[in-house]
Design a protein around this ligand. Structure first.
Ligand code: 13P
Ligand code: SF4
Length: 329
């Protein structure tokens, strides 16, 4: 069989699944990469972890495991692979390295950052600790390893309230997402000291837009990520992590839904829930979109873009992630 016939035979079943979302003309450019990546990852005993915001050809075409940040961190700690390719942003790759320090962790584009993560440094956290002595620090996993190293326990959007309550204290420093901090404060009696970080994607949504969509789509379910501003959360029917939102759609099968979050997630979830109609005003995360099939293939072939950290940072930062993983979802 010639190579193009072989590629077609191997990748056609994947295309059948995602053809409602990915045009055939685009697929023609993706298929050879998908074929090569899937072969090479087996040869190299590599695992591809993908965040829910990755585009369908990555999420459905090459990932071994796709999930929210919490599940990606847990999976990174369990994998038997020699190489982890993180299809996500820099803090996710760093978290994978913390959980598997002896494995090679690669990020297809080292400039894939996050506005939350870049809003705060380890030095900022040291200053806050001086300002509020004895108050425990809970950091969102969307932070650098330097910030995690100064943190008592990490959290994600899936377990933030549970983590804060688990500390059994009156006050916590909660970093760096001001909107997530407000959401947590609305769900707990613990006093929250927050930081002025925001997600550049979720902060763009507003309640006027949501109310308008509800008016024009009677019966629609509107589900929002907790990085959204408080008025958006108030105007929504459900708030949860990316995987929490996916579970909501899977379990409830609403006739119409709007996911108030990054665009690609609706594409991915639509593929798995063909009966649900998605209304899609959405925003793209420019960092997540830096991850592409050619970059993934290049990084897997040449083992470039490795995440490297010093042992002390790994040890200190890892403690805060391990504490979170122990408490769970
Ligand atoms: P989740 O942990 O809910 O997947 O969110 C990560 C993220 O970056 C959302 O913007
Ligand atoms: Fe960061 Fe927002 Fe992008 Fe998530 S969506 S990676 S929080 S910038």
């Amino acid at each position: 069989m010639d190579i193009s016939a072989e590629i077609k035979k191997v990748t056609d079943p994947i295309y059948q699944k995602i053809s409602s979302t990915v045009p055939e003309i685009e697929w023609a450019t993706y298929a050879p990469y998908i074929y090569k990546i899937n072969r090479l990852k087996k040869e190299k005993n590599a695992v591809i972890l993908a965040h829910n915001y990755q585009t369908p050809e990555i999420y459905h075409g090459i990932s071994d495991f796709s999930a929210d940040s919490l599940a990606l961190a847990i999976e990174a700690s369990k994998t038997k692979a020699d190489i982890i390719i993180m299809c996500g942003v820099h803090f996710m790759a760093e978290t994978a390295k913390l959980m598997s320090p002896n494995k090679k962790v690669l990020l297809p584009d080292m400039s894939a950052g996050c506005s939350l993560s870049s809003s705060i440094t380890g030095e900022d956290v040291r200053n806050l600790k001086k300002q509020y002595p004895g108050v425990p620090v809970v950091s969102y996993v969307n932070t650098s390893a330097d910030v995690k190293a100064e943190t008592d326990v990490c959290c994600t959007s899936a377990n933030a309230v549970k983590i804060v309550n688990s500390l059994k204290v009156k006050k916590v420093i909660f970093l760096p997402d001001d909107y997530l901090a407000k959401y947590v404060a609305s769900q707990t009696d613990v006093e929250i000291i927050s930081w002025k970080g925001t997600c550049e994607v979720h902060e763009q949504f507003n309640d006027e837009e949501i109310n308008e969509i509800r008016k024009n789509n009677p019966g629609i379910k509107i589900i929002a990520h907790p990085e959204c501003p408080p008025d958006v959360i108030k105007a929504s029917d459900f708030t949860g992590s990316t995987s929490g939102m996916i579970k909501y759609v899977k379990d409830k099968q609403p006739e119409k839904v709007m996911m108030v979050t990054e665009c690609s997630m609706s594409d991915n979830v639509q593929i798995d829930n063909p009966k649900v109609k998605f209304i899609r005003p959405c925003n793209l995360c420019p960092h997540m979109k830096k991850i592409t099939l050619p970059k993934i293939l290049d990084c897997l072939e040449n083992e470039t873009n490795e995440i490297v950290m010093d042992d002390i940072t790994i040890k200190k930062a890892r403690n805060s992630v391990e504490r979170m993983v122990k408490i769970g979802r």
